[in-house]
Design a protein around this ligand. Structure first.
Ligand SMILES: Nc1ncnc2c1ncn2[C@@H]1O[C@H](COP(=O)(O)OP(=O)(O)O)[C@@H](O)[C@H]1O
Ligand code: SF4
Ligand SMILES: [Mg+2]
Length: 401
């Protein structure tokens, strides 16, 4: 189904990334990711391949997944979410760093040991059309993991498939049908049933609803939530849209160019975002109150995401950061890479000036609250509409309500 591509990653001498693995009172997390890097080599030449650089898809991320929680992983396309998810379940070999699962360092495992561990972690893919083999029946697809791992007799596997179909809300008799006979939502249910077949502890759901009709998305979210309670599952829920993950996640990690820039309980991230990038992402989500919405102004980020093959020096976000501009373009943003650091209880952000986001007009405005204690009423450049930074025509006062 997917190419593990294990041979295409190379070790990198770059210093380790930053962050902290916070363990709560509930004991050891199920998954601990420590300074994970996944680089894809860029080569040149047909006969004599020369290594000329790396796509730094994931560049030093540290986080943990507590048992039974849903951690949302969000960020723009290409920021390294899927690569992180795939490295966790060892579809990609890390370039550097470690991933431990239930206390066992996965990066040291191979062969049978790794295969046994892999049974406990499964993936749900974005596209229910592309991820299901069109030549296999639904029952064949769902039962395949049991077959691969040699679990049960033929009859037992057939019975398990019927049970799984029912668990995900499909008719148990549908096992003989082919993927094209199902709707998009039903296909995704087949993907979920397959992921459940081996009774995993962890499910990496990589944009599981992005390809579905809006009307179906809530059904799949509800299904995943129900299954989590029923089977005590831990989820890494990947999405490019913060509005998708914020209601179902216990905590959210925001990624930008291969790094985690903010990590916090979902509620805190949504009500007190502390990284300028998260503030911009939240500003794009409408608030369903016309009075509040009319006072909000979207923070449109300048330009495109830089290439992960040549990320900017210092803070990777500095080429697009509205806060840096507001603060008069401090040199530190260009020269010093900000570490992911604890700013409030359980709330980490990677910005030298995160304290300036707390209580700012922009923070208050995007979350839909009137700014009661604005630290600054400096006009903020709204860098959209192709206007150059600093262009007086592009400067708009954000209403303070
Ligand atoms: N197998 C691969 N080979 C080379 N580059 C890759 C590969 N997979 C992903 N990338 C690159 O790594 C970066 C991160 O990709 P990905 O993890 O898929 O991002 P996301 O899931 O956030 O959209 C992108 O620049 C992407 O082009
Ligand atoms: S460190 Fe500077 S450029 Fe980076 S997010 Fe903070 S203010 Fe913006
Ligand atoms: Mg992806």
């Amino acid at each position: 189904m997917i190419d593990p591509n294990l041979g295409s990653v190379v070790a990198s001498p770059t210093p380790a990334g930053v962050g902290s693995n916070e363990v709560d009172g509930a004991g050891r997390p199920l998954v601990e990711v420590d300074r994970l890097k996944v680089y894809f080599p860029i080569t040149e030449g047909l006969v004599f391949e020369r290594h000329i650089g790396d796509v730094q898809a994931v560049d030093g991320v540290t986080f943990s997944l507590r048992r039974g929680e849903t951690l949302g992983l969000v960020g723009e396309s290409g920021c390294g979410k899927s690569t992180t998810g795939r490295a966790i379940i060892r579809l990609y070999k890390p370039t550097e760093g470690s991933i431990s699962f239930d206390g066992v360092d996965l990066t040291t495992l191979s062969g049978d040991q790794l295969r046994r561990m892999r049974r406990r972690m499964q993936m749900i893919f974005q596209d229910p059309y592309a991820s299901l083999n069109p030549r296999m029946t639904a029952g064949g697809i769902i039962g395949e993991p049991l077959e691969i791992h040699g679990i049960g007799s033929g009859g037992e596997r057939r019975e398990r498939v019927r049970e799984l179909l029912a668990t995900v809300g499909l008719n148990p008799d549908f096992g003989e049908r082919y993927p094209h006979e199902f709707s998009g939502g039903q296909r995704q249910r087949i993907g979920v049933a397959r992921a459940l077949a081996l009774n995993p502890d962890l499910i990496v759901a990589d944009e599981p609803i992005s390809a579905l009709d809006v009307s179906i998305q809530a059904q799949i979210i509800n299904l995943l939530e129900r299954l989590q309670g029923q089977f005590d599952l831990t989820y890494l829920f990947i999405a490019h849209d913060l509005s998708v993950v914020r209601h179902i996640s216990d905590r959210i990690a925001v990624m930008y160019l291969g790094r985690i820039v903010e990590l916090a309980p979902s509620r805190d991230l949504n009500t007190r975002p502390l990284h300028p990038y998260t503030v911009a992402l939240l500003s794009a989500i409408p608030i369903p109150d016309p009075a509040i919405e009319s006072r909000r102004r979207r923070i449109i980020l300048k330009g495109d995401v830089p290439s992960p093959a040549a990320p900017p020096e210092g803070c990777r976000f500095h080429t697009r950061c509205w806060l840096r501009e507001k603060l008069g373009n401090p040199e530190r943003c260009v020269t010093e890479d900000p570490a992911l650091r604890l700013i409030e209880t359980g709330h980490e952000a990677a910005c030298h000036f995160a304290e300036d986001v707390a209580g700012s007009v922009e923070q208050q405005q995007v979350v839909g609250r009137p700014a009661s204690r604005p630290r600054s009423s400096t006009p903020v450049a709204s860098p959209g509409d192709g206007a150059a930074a600093g262009d007086p025509a592009a400067v708009q006062q954000i209403p303070t309500a």
